[in-house]
Design a protein around this ligand. Structure first.
Ligand code: PHE
Length: 357
């Protein structure tokens, strides 16, 4: 083999091995390292150039041209590999940031008020418009406010109408605590809380009155399609110089018309019994059109506030006469929204609740 042929083979081998090293470089940094081994100051091609000093002019020409060719081949391989690595990096980035425009948008769920809250708010608005204050009181109530002050003494059989959750604790006066069975204890609490206002008005020779509703949670041992151990009531109380059953009827009828957004309804007062009202009545309503037309629907207890209850409020029953009512908010909401099972309100099923958004 001639020296020239050996030299050419050497160059081919160098180009070959450069191409292999470049192909193995997985990152731009590795590629630049590999490049230095061939084209750097002490690289193999550079060393070959340095070794040309001893050659004749003629040999320098051919050898130089051959080395240059090899060098160009290596540079071409290098830039091809650089480009390949850059392309791969771009491809990787595009993949990572891929956006699938066919995916449906991610929606933020829209919340809404619970139907009981909606009914509660409507009740406050409507009675507010009729001049009623809105009161609020404790759900863990003592036996005095829940029963005794409402003319329902211990051992009175009427107590059994409201089977109750008692709390194993008494207040400082020895009255046991219970979960309030109705919002009626707030009749007493509200009147007592406003006693000063009444006394001052009376001292000035002016009339004073109480006009309040109290919506809130109430508790009884009851559980079926129309009763839940926790339920909601709204208490109404209107006491003044000359407040009569007629006012109760007008007030309640106007409330129902506004609440159900129809004039197509009538009220019926059905005699009943509550220890704290005399006389007492259940209020039934009947729609003359719509899905519930023709049926009497019980919505409220009511009556003229018993003089003993007015006395227990610290007021003079000769001057404070009037009515009270206690309506089921859940019942009103069921009728208004056409819900046939009370338990739906408390199951927390989003398919049910989202219908009220
Ligand atoms: N508190 C009674 C009940 O829960 C309802 C009522 C309230 C009746 C006010 C008369 C007056 O059944």
């Amino acid at each position: 083999m001639s020296t020239a042929a050996t030299a050419a083979e050497d160059l081919n081998a160098i180009v070959q091995s450069a191409a292999e090293r470049f192909a193995r470089a997985a990152t731009p940094a590795e590629l630049e390292n590999a490049k230095a081994q061939f084209l750097g100051k002490t690289g193999r091609v550079t060393e070959l150039m340095k070794g040309m000093g001893s050659l004749s002019v003629e040999e320098k020409k051919t050898r130089g041209a051959a080395i240059n060719q090899a060098k160009q081949a290596i540079e071409a391989a290098l830039s091809a590999r650089r480009q390949a690595l850059a392309d791969a990096e771009l491809e990787r980035q595009l993949q990572a940031e891929a956006l699938d425009v066919t995916l449906p948008g991610r929606q933020r769920g829209q919340g809404g008020l619970h139907p009981i809250s909606l009914a509660w708010q409507r009740i406050e608005q409507i009675f507010g418009g009729m001049g009623f204050d809105v009161g609020d009181g404790p759900e863990v109530e003592n036996d005095w406010y829940n029963f005794t002050a409402l003319n329902n003494p211990p051992n009175h059989p009427a107590r059994s109408m409201q089977d109750t959750f008692y709390v194993d604790m008494n207040d400082e006066d020895g009255h046991p605590y219970c979960l309030r069975t109705h919002t009626s204890p707030m009749q007493i609490r509200y009147a007592v809380a406003h006693a000063k206002r009444h006394a001052a008005a009376l001292a000035r020779g002016e009339a004073s009155e109480i006009r309040v509703i109290v919506p809130g949670r109430t508790y009884r041992v009851d559980n079926d399609a129309t009763h839940s151990p926790m339920f909601h009531q709204v208490e109404g109380l209107w006491l003044g110089e000359n407040v009569s059953f007629k006012d109760l009827k007008v007030t309640y009828l106007n409330f129902c018309k506004a609440f159900f957004e129809t004039d197509d309804l009538i009220l019926r007062f059905r005699p009943s019994y509550f220890p704290f009202t005399e006389p007492s009545a259940e209020i039934d309503i009947q729609f003359s059109s719509g899905p519930l037309a023709g049926k009497w629907l019980e919505v409220s207890g009511s009556g003229q506030v018993h003089p003993q209850v007015v006395r227990n409020m610290g007021l003079d029953p000769e001057r404070f006469v009037g009515f009270a009512f206690g309506s089921g908010i859940d019942r009103l909401a069921m009728l208004r929204y056409g819900v046939n099972d009370l338990r739906l309100f408390f199951d927390g099923d989003i398919r049910f609740l989202s219908q009220f958004r």
